[in-house]
Design a protein around this ligand. Sequence first.
Ligand SMILES: NC(=O)c1ccc[n+]([C@@H]2O[C@H](COP(=O)([O-])OP(=O)(O)OC[C@H]3O[C@@H](n4cnc5c(N)ncnc54)[C@H](O)[C@@H]3O)[C@@H](O)[C@H]2O)c1
Length: 384
Amino acid sequence: MSGRVGIAVVGCGYVADSYRHCFALHERALRIVGVFDRDADRLAKFTACWGDRAYASLDAVMRDDDVQIVVNLTDPENHAAVTRAAFDAGKHVYSEKPLALTTQEAMALRDHAREAGVRFASAPCNSLGESAQTAWAAVRAGKIGPVRLVYAELDDGMIHRANYQTWISKSGRAWPARGEFETGCTFEHAGYALMILTAMLGPVRRVTSFSAEIIADKKVTPALHTRTPDFSVGMLEFDNGVVARVTNSIVAPYDHRMRLIGDEGCIEIRELWDYASQVVLRPVAQGRFARLMERHLGRGPGRTLRPVRKPPIGGRAHHVRMDFMRGVAELADAIVSGRASRLDEDLAVHITEVTEMLQHPDRFSRPALVQSTFAPIAPMDWAC
Ligand SMILES: NC(=O)c1ccc[n+]([C@@H]2O[C@H](COP(=O)([O-])OP(=O)(O)OC[C@H]3O[C@@H](n4cnc5c(N)ncnc54)[C@H](O)[C@@H]3O)[C@@H](O)[C@H]2O)c1
């Protein structure tokens, strides 16, 4: 056996191709021992595309002593069962998000991992990306003074109107629209903002949120089984007093910005899914020119920050600009060197809890109803 950490991929669907593509960046640390999908056709297509060894069953994965980490890339409904099977077999687990579909289940998984004496970490790992680290370094260096407020957007545009039928992964898996709609865009995407924010700011203490299903008919046949919010907006209050507004939707036009606002200015990460994203520093607009720029262009003067490290380049933009395998490599390195992982189970549970509060505020509190109302207001009678 080589010094590389042996991993097995369980779930060879759409995102597995992205992980597999990024594996090339981590070949010195990781070794893919084999892969498994309970859908035999999917497994055959994946192994034909990448040349990996196929396991005959989930049990076979769990019995293989060469496997140290199970990379759980199943769909969210199946995460917990596969993760538990791996713990029972003494394997460490790196799970795709959401860790589980409820906080209670995520906590139970964390306890299970501890009882089994194994490590447990979760995607997304974009907090380890160059753009997030560049922004964080600038915050630590005091470039904007103390952070007071954050706006983070994960709006994806009207996905149900996009030609997602043409989104096919390298091994031929169509983007699983039904599953994505049923799981909900907040459960799918809030982690991309929360991972960065919690790394920089620490734990969240209070969440005040609203969610709604804005577009009930997503033109999926047969109709979706569950009604899931496709929009959420939440205010997070961190232990350290910082306040953040996090918005998720598959309705509003595409916007994946994060703006960190401090006493002395604002740091903007243009695209949270891009490790090579531009990170811009803008001082507080004070003078007349800067204020006019903000007013007419929507942004004041700023300068692009030099990345703390050059992101890996090559391959198709989407995959390499977000290195999916970096989180697995982080867990492997933490195991080998006996250190804490930057994506460990306490953090993963915390992200799951905050995400559940964002997507399903009704599970946690009831909104107050407004008592007052008023008569309809007539428009001005000007001809168009
Ligand atoms: N689709 C994306 O763009 C994307 C991006 C980032 C993260 N993710 C996350 O990755 C995960 C997987 O998403 P996906 O888009 O690849 O879904 P997918 O439906 O394409 O793939 C999931 C695969 O897991 C397999 N599977 C389910 N249960 C299994 C089990 N018990 N044993 C073995 N195989 C099993 C299914 O047969 C399927 O092939 C989700 O948690 C999702 O949130 C998806």
